[in-house]
Design a protein around this ligand. Structure first.
Ligand code: ADP
Ligand code: UDP
Ligand code: MG
Length: 222
């Protein structure tokens, strides 16, 4: 049914679609606030292989956040056999970015389903359009943006050794993803930096050391 909504939404003027989605998202999220607390969001950004997923698991374990990986949600959508699955699969294999409406709908549903008041959103927003549409539809500003800063050589090495059977962890797609990161995702980080919202972490270090720095940030926040 939701897939049908996306299909019919294509026939409507974009501002109208956004207005409708925004109203529904607000109602849904407000109705699902945990114990009347405002929903808090942290964006976890960084290049492919910078260690976002690894550190998000640590954050969940120590600080009680719900981890939403945009990439995982998209892969689950492919595996569910949804009508958008084939299109999402092709985009991921090409290392490109899936249209905002699709990713945001999945995030919105996961936030509602999560029923928590604290979410770390991993690997989103990946471009300026993602950021702007999320702001207008979900209407929640992140508390801050955690940025895992890592060299390209190290990211490439880690992705080639990840061994999770992912269709995009091959050298050809990895190179495309690194290019997309520099061209489309870094400007999002720069935008938040200009607003003083970025907490940058040296992610080239071993994972336990990176988590020490992450811990310091989250401990101060609590
Ligand atoms: N600090 C680190 N040093 C070395 N390897 C790491 C580090 N952090 C994560 N890895 C490994 O690198 C690969 C990519 O990590 P992952 O957390 O999936 O990154 P991302 O979600 O940013 O793509 C995984 O195989 C992971 O075990
Ligand atoms: O908001 C998002 C997040 C992910 N992706 C796609 O999903 C892939 C894998 O994303 P994920 O975050 O899982 O990769 P990671 O950076 O963790 O290696 C990306 O390359 C994109 O093709 C996307 O289009 N929009
Ligand atoms: Mg990841």
């Amino acid at each position: 049914m939701r897939g049908g909504l996306v299909a019919s939404a294509r026939l409507l003027p974009r501002p109208l679609v956004r207005w409708f989605l925004q109203r529904r998202a607000q109602q849904d999220i407000n109705e699902n606030m945990s114990g009347g607390k405002k929903v808090k969001i942290i964006f976890v950004l960084g290049g492919p292989g910078s260690g976002k997923g690894t550190q998000c698991s640590n954050i969940v374990e120590h600080f009680g956040f719900i981890h939403l990986s945009a990439g995982e949600l998209l892969r689950a959508e492919i595996n569910s056999g949804s009508e958008n699955g084939t299109m999402i699969d092709t985009i991921i294999k090409e290392g490109k970015i899936v249209p905002s409406e699709i990713t945001i709908k999945l995030l919105q549903e996961a936030i509602i389903k999560g029923g928590n008041d604290k979410y770390i959103i991993d690997g989103f927003p990946r471009n300026e359009e993602n950021r702007v549409v999320f702001e207008s539809v979900i209407n929640i500003s992140p508390e801050f943006v955690l940025f895992f800063d890592c060299s390209e050589e190290e990211m490439e090495r880690r992705l080639l050794g990840r061994n999770q059977g992912r269709s995009d962890d091959n050298i050809e797609t990895i190179r495309k993803r690194l290019k997309v990161f520099v061209e489309s995702s870094l400007p999002v980080i720069e935008y938040y930096e200009s607003k003083g919202m970025v907490k940058k972490i040296d992610a080239t270090k071993p994972a336990p050391e990176v988590f020490e720095d992450v811990k310091a940030i989250f401990t101060h926040m609590a």
